[in-house]
Design a protein around this ligand. Structure first.
Ligand code: C2E
Ligand code: MG
Ligand code: MG
Length: 398
């Protein structure tokens, strides 16, 4: 009845049907859970005041009330419990509930159809997503703007490169440069943490310049063995407000002896574009010069159909959140298919990012997606490792 730390594991089941409460309690007994049961939202709230839970199994329909009304209370109760939904409603409702709970910052293990299959419930409890405390550990070490400025001065930031592969024939068509900050003797800081710090503290231009220089230099060094290889660099909307960007990029391309076709600028449009007119002008000038423009994270709400109309994009990247769920979530797959066909109608190259399995790669290939990127093909790698990876792929073809 104890976990690895020696304490009892507790589960709360919230369901208005007594038989379901019993099924759940019996199913999790074998995993060492001690179960409390609640038939109403009020009973559940009373339990949450008295007790911290490791897991909560929540029915979406509690008579007249909706189980999701408890999400706020679950978050406020703390303890980072694992949340599992159960429901007789169709899978769309269960998936919507999971998305909502994740948006509340809760740790969601899954959603099961009622009557609950005990083995499926145990499987969800056995392989929980990581605790938020673990995921947040990098945040507690979050560096300051001064740390980042020092790192930029010392040249501690560099790019790693992830391959982009043509889905029809497996050719490597390019790579994406992803900023990395590896601190000596300290945990690596992920870009989702340091890019916002750079953006909020006037450091994003310096950071982008370093990544652009590294990326174009690396592309130049790969070119002899891979003449068609291009490199994509993420450009923050803030950088687009600098009207000198096209000339700056031109100069870097010349210094690296590369044509404009070697560079893809990936842009996540967001509401922070301080000056949309200048941004549109800068992007249009880049496109006229021959640089490709990619709309990144398409479908996340940062990118919109209006952006597609307004700006001269040549490529559309479907966000990882759709690709990683497209084999389990029929709605996500419908959105992916519709996005591919819309992009093709508009003459855009379609890239799917976050492909982790062969099945998903094959599904996307059949649906007409042009390019794939993801762990299935290769993780982001340092420059030398990527060169070796590309060379190894060329051998069988030769
Ligand atoms: P992004 O541009 O959408 O880059 C793709 C992210 O997905 C990368 O995360 C990549 O490592 C990750 N990824 C790729 N394939 C898979 C997969 O199969 N599974 C999983 N789980 N993840 C995969 P990363 O490197 O942590 O970068 C996060 C974001 O930070 C980037 O998203 C981009 O928005 C931003 N970023 C990174 N480098 C730069 C930069 O130099 N400048 C700017 N402005 N933003 C950057
Ligand atoms: Mg990107
Ligand atoms: Mg993306």
């Amino acid at each position: 009845m104890v976990d690895g730390t020696g304490s009892v594991r507790r589960l709360l089941v919230v369901d208005d049907e007594r038989i379901q409460r019993l099924i759940v309690a019996r199913a999790v007994e074998a995993l060492g859970f001690q179960t409390d049961a609640a038939a109403t939202l009020q009973e559940a709230a009373d339990h949450l005041v008295r007790q911290r839970y490791d897991a909560v199994v929540l029915d979406l329909s509690l008579g007249e009330a909706e189980g999701i009304s408890l999400l706020q209370g679950l978050r406020d109760a703390g303890g980072d419990p694992l949340v599992i939904f159960i429901s007789r409603l169709d899978s769309r409702v269960r998936i919507a509930a999971m998305r909502l709970a994740a948006a509340f910052g809760l740790r969601v293990a899954g959603a099961l159809e009622k009557p609950v299959a005990p083995a499926a419930l145990r499987a969800l409890l056995r392989t929980p997503p990581p605790r938020h405390a673990d995921r947040d550990s990098t945040m507690t070490l979050a560096p300051t703007a001064e740390d980042l400025a020092g790192a930029l001065d010392r040249g501690e930031l560099c790019a790693e490169f992830q391959p982009k592969v043509a889905l029809p024939d497996g050719r490597v068509v390019g790579v994406e440069a992803l900023a990395r900050w590896k601190r000596l003797g300290a945990a690596a800081v992920p870009p989702d943490v340091f890019i916002p710090i750079a953006e909020q503290n006037g450091l994003i231009e310096a950071l982008t310049a370093q990544i652009l220089q590294h990326a174009l230099g690396a592309c130049r060094r790969w070119r002899p063995g891979n003449p068609a290889c291009s490199v994509a660099v993420n450009i923050s909307p803030l950088v687009l407000t600098n009207a000198n960007l096209p000339e700056y990029i031109d100069r870097l391309l010349q210094e690296a002896h590369l044509g404009p076709g070697a560079l893809v600028a990936e842009i996540t449009e967001s509401s922070v574009i301080a000056n949309p007119l200048i941004a549109a002008e800068v992007l249009t000038r880049l496109r006229i010069k021959g640089v490709s423009l990619s709309i990144d994270d398409f479908g996340t709400g940062h990118s919109s159909l209006l952006t597609l109309l307004r700006l001269p994009f040549s490529e559309l990247k479907i966000d990882r959140s759709f690709i990683s769920t497209c084999d389990t979530d029929p709605e996500a797959w419908k959105i992916v298919r519709a996005t591919i066909s819309m992009a093709r109608e508009l003459g855009l190259t379609v890239v799917a990012e976050g492909i982790e399995t062969e099945e998903v790669a094959a599904k996307l290939r059949h649906a007409g997606c042009d390019i794939g990127q993801g762990w299935y093909f290769g993780r982001p790698m340092p420059e030398d490792a990527l060169a070796a990876w590309m060379a190894a792929r060329l051998v069988p073809a030769a």
